[in-house]
Write a protein that binds this ligand. Structure first.
Ligand code: ITT
Length: 209
């Protein structure tokens, strides 16, 4: 039997991070696109994040995976900036406790580094840069979202991923690890960047709303 090809436009979510992928699937659930993932392209090597900013790294990833697959491609570069650590871990959030470390080890290092500073405010923000690359075009569009808050003294909660159990968004007393997924998806850096990206996608990808 011949497979019926979806008439929806394809969109590759170019991330190897399962937590991000889960969030994108939920945030894009109402958009009339056929979501594709990197799991379908195991032969494509991971793109090196050699940029100096979230925007540069998101652009590198989106354009490289787009060129290799020929698909509209969305890539996210994100992380946590902590004031008392002069913005660290920043673009090194995924590599903060060395290559191959777990989310738990990264959180443990963050709390240890911050304790050393004696900072009482513990101000921080999540930043997300989303790049959307178009096949046959040499450019990509960029969208940025920020979620401000503070770092706790201890981990709390099991929801989300990465640094969620140590981050309390402004306006709340609970961490992203304790808050429901719905709350995070309303106010997160990723949701904010994606809101602007969705408007662009509707127009540029010819998606019927
Ligand atoms: P890809 O490059 O394949 O997308 P990655 O995990 O390497 O996956 P990044 O380089 O963008 O992605 O690193 C982002 C890191 O920042 C991620 O590993 C988390 O530790 C952290 N992070 C980003 N968004 C987060 C969120 O919503 N909640 C908790 N931690 C987050």
């Amino acid at each position: 039997m011949t497979a019926i090809k979806s008439s929806l436009p394809d969109l590759l979510i170019a991330t190897n991070n399962a937590g991000k992928l889960r969030e994108f699937i939920w945030l894009l659930r109402e958009l009339a696109v056929h979501l594709r993932s990197l799991a379908e392209f195991p032969h494509i090597p991971e793109v090196a994040e050699t940029g100096n900013t979230f925007a540069e790294n998101a652009t590198l990833k989106a354009q490289s995976y787009c060129a290799q697959t020929g698909l509209w491609t969305l890539a996210d570069d994100s992380g946590l900036e902590v004031d008392a650590l002069d913005g660290a871990p920043g673009i090194f959030s995924a590599r903060y406790a060395g290559a191959g470390a777990t989310d738990e080890l990264r959180r443990t290092r963050l709390l240890a580094e911050l304790a050393r500073t004696g900072d009482v405010e513990r101000r921080a923000r999540f930043v997300c840069a989303i790049a959307l690359a178009q096949p046959d075009a040499l450019t990509s569009a960029l969208f940025v979202g920020i979620c401000a808050g503070r770092i706790t003294h201890l981990e709390r909660g099991r929801h989300g991923f990465g640094y969620d159990p140590v981050f309390v968004p402004d306006g709340y007393e609970q961490t992203f690890g304790e808050l429901s997924d719905e709350v995070k998806q309303n106010i997160s850096h990723r949701a904010r960047a994606l809101t602007a990206a969705k408007t662009y996608m509707l127009k540029q990808m010819g998606i019927v709303a």
